[in-house]
Design a protein around this ligand. Structure first.
Ligand SMILES: [Fe+2]
Length: 419
């Protein structure tokens, strides 16, 4: 009897510790004006209890030092959100960390790697995923969970997420669930996302049309205004942009983002100018939810018309997108010129920009098609959930696309021996 009571007490203690444990731990980079991928790391997590939240971190997991987090109660999330930014870290270095407090409980030990110094041409690997939205067949992120397990088998440094993070951005539980399911990836690799049409207000009569819901700002921790931002990592300049609900805006004749002369257009042009002039940068990669080239209704001509002049003028190398729940690889395009390749898998010093659609990492699969498009190089005849691993090393990019069982769907190489 006595043993039974001791067991019961131990069970209650362990249950309350489990409840209190920080949840949805994820990494990112932030910064108002400058994003320091080599020397900083932002960490965000949720707690049910108010506490003096801290990060304990260090290169040696037995010698962790402590940093304080800022804690804010989120009415939407009904949780305390802790955000901490570690600074003065060593470049290209692995750090161990855990988050929490003695009073509210601690997370498990995670690990991240800081970026290389800007201009470093050493090999980097970036995970690419998109459309993790919890709709039919993925209501509890079960497909996304399979993708997470498959992605984890690869060695990579951070992920790009091309939007439609959740099915309905107003459903707070979805954001919580998403960051719990993706924690094995995002607590160990910065999660650098863009918003998709499902993440923002899609009611065109709302004054907040195409803007994220308040919960978005509570739970993400990204650079600048968190919708349009850029950062350097090694020898590559990454630009993340918000394409809002381009499709709905075009149908309802509402303004689409990045119209020539708009605030975001001027920001993008200024950003591209600087990146182009930066001698440490070899590659410019832009990612947005809506594709610039796509098969079917995912092709939004106004969106294409807004972006193409800047993509062409500043010779962006690669544009990555989601939205269409399929994989599509397009030929290099500049202006109205479409460039043929000699080798199916190689873009050798292409005179144009290569466009890729890489959805979906959970959202229900869409019909196949697109082989008749003049820009199309490859789209599978059978659709599958997918993600990609992109390796950038010096003047070469290798891009491998996998399904949720780890089977390769496509690969290509992008080579640039002249800047
Ligand atoms: Fe979408």
């Amino acid at each position: 009897m006595k043993l039974y009571f001791i067991g019961l007490i131990l069970m209650i203690i362990s249950c309350s510790a489990a409840i209190a444990q920080p949840k949805g731990v994820h990494l990112s980079w932030n910064g108002e004006k400058e994003v320091k991928t080599a020397t900083t790391m932002a960490i965000t997590w949720l707690n049910e209890k108010q506490d003096e939240s801290r990060v304990q971190y260090g290169m040696d997991n037995k010698k962790l030092i402590s940093a304080k987090a800022s804690v804010k109660y989120s009415n939407d999330l009904k949780a305390y959100v802790s955000k901490a930014t570690l600074t003065n870290l060593k470049p290209a270095t692995y750090y161990y960390y855990k988050v929490g407090s003695d009073e509210a409980g601690w997370s498990q030990l995670f690990r991240f790697r800081t970026g290389p110094v800007v201009g470093d041409k050493s090999k980097i690997v970036v995970g690419v995923w998109s459309d993790t939205q919890n709709n039919g067949g993925n209501y509890n992120f079960e497909q996304t969970d399979s993708i997470v397990k498959e992605m984890e088998k690869n060695a990579f440094y951070f992920t790009i997420h091309n939007g439609d993070i959740v099915e309905n951005g107003s459903v707070v539980k979805s954001w919580k669930d998403l960051f719990n399911v993706t924690e094995p990836i995002s607590a160990n690799h910065p999660f650098m996302s863009v918003t998709g049409n499902h993440d923002v207000v899609n009611n065109d009569s709302s004054v907040n049309f195409q803007k994220p819901f308040p919960v978005f700002y509570d739970i993400v921790n990204l650079p600048g205004n968190e919708l349009n931002y850029s950062y350097d990592y090694g020898n590559t300049h990454f630009i993340a942009i918000n394409s809002g609900y381009s499709q709905g805006a075009e149908i309802k004749k509402k303004p689409l983002f990045f119209e020539a002369g708009s605030e975001e257009y001027r920001w993008l042009e200024d950003d591209l100018k600087k990146a182009k002039q930066n001698k440490k940068i070899n590659w410019i990669i832009l990612y947005s939810h809506y594709p610039v080239y796509s098969w079917g209704v995912s092709q939004i001509l106004t969106w294409q018309a807004h972006l193409k002049p800047l993509i062409d003028k500043y010779e962006i190398d690669l544009v990555l997108s989601g939205h269409r729940h399929a994989y599509e690889r397009h030929k290099a395009v500049r202006g109205s010129e479409i460039f043929e390749q000699k080798d199916f898998h190689v873009y050798n010093n292409p005179k144009g920009t290569v466009y890729i659609t890489n959805g979906s990492s959970g959202g229900h699969l869409q019909g196949v098609g697109g082989w008749d498009l003049p820009t199309m190089v490859f789209t599978p005849k059978v659709n599958s959930y997918n993600f990609a691993m992109m390796t950038i090393e010096g003047n070469k990019i290798n891009y491998h696309v996998f399904d949720k069982e780890g089977k390769e769907i496509d690969y290509f190489e992008l080579v640039k021996t002249t800047k």
